[in-house]
Design a protein around this ligand. Structure first.
Ligand code: ZN
Length: 502
């Protein structure tokens, strides 16, 4: 460790500890905290966040970063980890300081009000309750984007950069055009075919038995429960404070067997990534995923490419039938696998199948672009939403609750986040293609050896945490730059086969 970096360590450690405490409170809020705790806990969160801000923006920290800059060349070779940490801290600092403190506080207040308005609007099916808040959120996002503008980035690109570096509108426009050209004609053909029978997935499934099976499933995939926890929350998610404490949640539905199964597999995919980050990076700013999209690629690959494949279920479908003999006793493995892959173009993103998922993201991406470019009035959004759903998915949401009000993201100011979900799918397909060229995935899965998949992901992705950037990881794992053709190719091959389309 260089002497200069050593001076930085106490600040980094304090930052890490405060971030850990904040994440713990977040987790608690989503899982166990009583309803009335919110306002009181918010005070604690405010104080800890302020401490964290003061720690990172300490003049001493800035001085060390400046001094380090002049030493860069000497230390570059031997201290790659230091370099990566410094790069990340600098970026965080630039983002943190771009926004004046008073505006940040006002924005935090707005977001809290806007989330409440969104909840009420969704409940009462009335977009006009949320619209004035959304207008203000957009105004702030535009202003913050202008503060964060650089030579290369401005407008919506600045917001996108918060979630996925290097994936600007220029790249995303091409990406979504390719998806549109690949998915839409395929979906139209599927919609003309007889539908796959899947009603057996929606019988009554005892929740205690589901829990038992999902726990087995998480461990089967490789989630180490000595360093991890499974809990329940309204919306499943994963959080981690270091590689020895990674937590996932799932949500059980009595009348939907697949719901919990695929969120458990999805979140376990995220969790294995977090548990696999090397010790030298954990508890540093590099001890997290390389980007939102790369993180999502690991969960999607597990959920869809692995978890919905026939080979994955060969060794364990018997156990599922044993757990639910009344419901599944007469259902063959092939029927089960077809049912969990059924395409259902519907209005709800979180319930979307693998084929149509990205179309939901496309609607949001196109609307966000219009909002941030000032090309649409908030009042027009509900109508545009419906038109785009009609155009892409062939369904018109019955009302705003299941339409434009379905997602929490915009009320929280998370504009620019959605595209990383779609990118995750495409990254996953690209990585999966490479994996299949190195390993006989089907044969390994059929033998119950999912370790082969995990080792591949660990070797190319997990161990590095955020030490490498998303593009670098993708390039090193697959030997080429981002290429959405893999995803389109994967979907086409899979769904033509499933629906007998030639
Ligand atoms: Zn996810």
């Amino acid at each position: 460790m260089s002497q200069l970096f050593e001076q930085l360590v106490p600040y980094l450690e304090k930052h890490m500890a405060l971030q850990t405490a904040l994440a713990l409170l977040d987790w608690d809020d989503a899982t166990l905290a009583p309803k009335e705790a919110g306002e009181y806990t918010a005070k604690v969160i405010g104080i800890l966040s302020e401490e964290d801000f003061l720690c990172l923006t300490n003049p001493q920290v800035k001085k060390i970063l400046e001094d380090y800059e002049s030493k860069t060349e000497e230390t570059k070779e031997q201290e790659e980890t230091e370099q990566a940490i410094i790069r990340k801290i600098k970026k965080n600092l630039r983002k943190t300081e771009a926004i004046p403190k008073e505006e940040k506080r006002a924005y935090a207040e707005l977001k809290s009000k806007s989330q409440k308005a969104w909840q009420r609007a969704k409940k009462e099916n009335d977009f006009s309750i949320f619209a004035p808040y959304l207008k203000e959120v957009i105004a702030y996002c535009k202003k913050f984007a202008s503060y964060g503008a650089t030579e290369k980035l401005n407008g919506y690109d600045v917001l996108l950069d918060d979630y996925e570096e290097d994936f600007s509108v220029e790249v995303l426009d091409v990406f979504f055009e390719k998806l549109k050209a690949g998915i839409l004609p395929l979906l139209r053909k599927i919609q003309k075919k007889p539908q796959i029978e899947d009603s057996f997935l929606y019988q009554k499934y005892d929740i205690e038995k589901q829990k038992e099976f999902n726990r087995f499933l998480a461990e089967y995939i490789g989630f180490d429960l000595n360093r991890g926890v499974i809990a329940e929350s309204e919306h499943p998610f994963t959080t981690a404070w270091h590689n020895h404490d990674v937590r996932i949640t799932t949500h059980y539905y009595e009348e939907n067997l697949a719901g919990a199964i695929f969120s458990t597999i999805h979140e376990s995919g995220h969790a294995i990534y977090e548990q696999g980050i090397a010790d030298r990076y954990t508890q540093t700013v590099l001890g997290e995923g390389a980007s939102c999209g790369i993180h999502e690629s690991q969960s999607r690959l597990m959920e869809n490419m692995i978890g919905r494949s026939r080979a994955f279920w060969v060794p364990i479908y018997g156990k599922l039938v044993e757990t639910f003999p009344e419901q599944l006793g007469e259902v063959s493995l092939d029927q089960f696998v077809a049912a969990i892959n059924r395409v259902r173009a519907d209005e709800i993103r979180t319930e979307a199948d693998e084929l149509t998922y990205c179309l939901h993201i496309m609607v949001r991406y196109e609307l966000e672009k219009l909002m941030i470019n000032g090309e649409v009035e908030v009042e027009e959004l509900s109508r545009l939403w419906k038109e785009k759903y009609q155009e892409y998915l062939g369904v018109v949401p019955e009302n705003d609750t299941v339409g434009i009000l379905q997602d929490v993201h915009w009320s929280m100011g998370d504009i620019g986040y959605f595209p990383s979900y779609a990118l995750g799918n495409a990254f996953a397909a690209q990585i999966y293609a490479k994996m299949k060229s190195e390993i006989d995935v089907e044969a390994e899965l059929s033998k119950g050896n999912i370790g082969a998949v995990r080792e591949f992901l660990h070797r190319y992705v997990h161990q590095y945490g955020a030490f490498k950037e998303a593009r670098e990881i993708l390039k090193e794992a697959t030997g080429e730059e981002f290429n959405p053709d893999y995803f389109v190719g994967y979907l086409t091959e899979k769904y033509e086969k499933l629906y007998g389309i030639s």
